[in-house]
Design a protein around this ligand. Structure first.
Ligand SMILES: Cc1cc2nc3c(=O)[nH]c(=O)nc-3n(C[C@H](O)[C@H](O)[C@H](O)COP(=O)(O)OP(=O)(O)OC[C@H]3O[C@@H](n4cnc5c(N)ncnc54)[C@H](O)[C@@H]3O)c2cc1C
Length: 397
């Protein structure tokens, strides 16, 4: 019997889930509330743990056509500009982990997953279809679209992001928390930058209560820049007032530039060379505490709906894709006991997701350190270098 699966959300997680489930033989219906598929112009890093899955899904050529493959990751002090440590990527990452470290435009990753879903037998997509009402029984799960149509299936996957409606219905555990960190993001053609500002590697600039990350995308032709600041703006809102599509505003470059006053001149020059920025107020949830936060009965959560995290390990979309791969793997050959499969999925995923969420929080503290902690960090990076920067438990998964 072909299992019937509903997927809420057509972001990177939802598309990956639809692809993985349909590849395992399920009949998948994906519902996306937006009128069209489109992603904002920002970049995303993909570790070998993620590119390995894309390769298994037959997407390595598509990835190679649109991604960049940085030569190395360099950590620099935002204050002095000095290099603190370096991790070779490129062929070294492939030799060590059997898969590349890639950096990619979000829209390109989304498009290649979308094309794969559209070409995959058993998967169908519906735009302009927000899922709003849910119910589950021993026998089935039901979800209602905004237009009022009910859809029945064996399982529902909530891949509807940070402000997940599926999660609210399933767990009723409140809204995500505002972290007090704000991300400024921009992407520019490298050709528009002065030569010394162009680069084909990942640079992490560590400052005081801030850091900046830059890396190439689109085969190295564009540069993605993300600056993260501690900021109290906007004030922590009443949770009921949070817009369910999160915050994504045009940003005033002056705020970011002011925060970088006195920092190393190459960093200031980069930020001054870019005029158009977008701003995200970063939200997350505390690290997961058990499998019941990721599945109950015939309903499972995936990606940001399950484990929204700070972006300081660059693995939010990565964990969504890992979730999807695990789900597809467990569904292959599964019988009708969907609840048991989803429980196994949650049981196999939650501790890793928890670890990545916790490490991302810790990275933020290390990246933004001052005083003695900063001194110890810089010393450790100089002495241990790549051994401190590499994350084998993450990348070799
Ligand atoms: C500054 C920053 C940098 C980052 N950098 C990286 C990085 O380098 N590497 C990395 O791996 N991750 C990174 N991330 C994290 C990554 O962007 C997210 O973890 C990832 O996009 C989550 O994907 P998702 O599909 O779970 O959720 P989303 O992308 O939020 O997708 C959810 C989808 O569901 C739809 N939807 C919502 N509600 C409904 C509903 N009721 N019915 C139907 N559809 C619905 C939405 O319209 C949306 O399309 C970064 C995040 C930030 C903020």
């Amino acid at each position: 019997m072909n299992l019937r699966i509903l997927v809420a959300g057509g972001g990177i997680g939802g598309l990956a889930a639809a692809l993985a489930c349909a590849r395992s033989g399920a009949q998948v219906q994906l519902f996306e509330r937006a009128d069209g598929f489109g992603e904002v112009g920002v970049g995303i890093q993909i570790g070998p743990n993620v590119s390995r899955i894309l390769t298994r899904w037959g997407l390595s050529d598509a990835l190679a056509q649109v991604a960049a493959f940085p030569t190395h990751l360099q950590i620099r002090s935002a204050v002095t500009g000095n290099e603190l440590g370096r991790l070779p990527l490129g062929s070294t990452a492939v030799a060590r982990y059997g898969a590349p470290y890639a950096t990619i435009h979000r829209a390109d990753l989304h498009s290649l997953l979308l094309a794969a879903v559209q070409a995959q037998a058993g998967a169908s997509l519906q735009l302009h279809s927000e899922l709003r009402g849910f119910s589950q029984s021993q026998a089935q799960v039901r979800a209602r679209t905004r237009a009022g149509d009910w859809h029945e299936a064996d399982a529902l996957i909530g891949a509807d992001g940070l402000w997940s409606a599926v999660r609210q219905w399933l767990l009723d555990d409140g809204m995500p928390r505002v972290t007090g960190h704000v991300a400024y993001r921009a992407m520019v053609p490298q050709a528009t930058l002065p030569q010394p500002l162009r680069s084909q590697h990942v640079t992490v600039w560590m400052g005081h209560r801030l850091h900046v990350v830059q890396y190439p995308v689109r085969q190295g032709q564009w540069l993605n820049v993300v600056g993260i600041l501690h900021a109290s703006l906007p004030a922590a809102p009443d949770s009921s007032a949070l817009p369910l599509d999160g915050w994504d505003h045009g940003a005033d470059a002056a705020t970011l530039r002011a925060a970088l006053t006195g920092m190393a001149s190459p960093l200031q020059e980069l930020v001054h060379a870019i005029d158009h920025w977008r701003m995200w107020v970063l939200c997350d949830r505390p690290p997961m505490t058990g499998p019941r936060q990721q599945a109950r009965g015939r309903v499972a959560l995936l990606g940001d709906a399950a484990h929204p995290m700070r972006p300081y390990l660059a693995q939010g979309a990565g964990m969504a894709i890992e979730d999807a791969a695990e789900l597809g793997h467990l569904l292959a050959g599964a019988d009708a006991d969907v609840g048991a499969v989803l429980y196994r999925y949650a049981n196999r995923r939650w501790q890793r997701n928890r670890r990545v969420q916790a490490r991302a929080i810790r990275n933020g503290q290390i990246f933004h350190a001052r005083g003695l902690v900063e001194f110890g960090r810089d010393l450790a990076l100089r002495v241990l270098g790549r051994r401190l920067i590499d994350v084998p438990w993450l990348y070799s998964h």
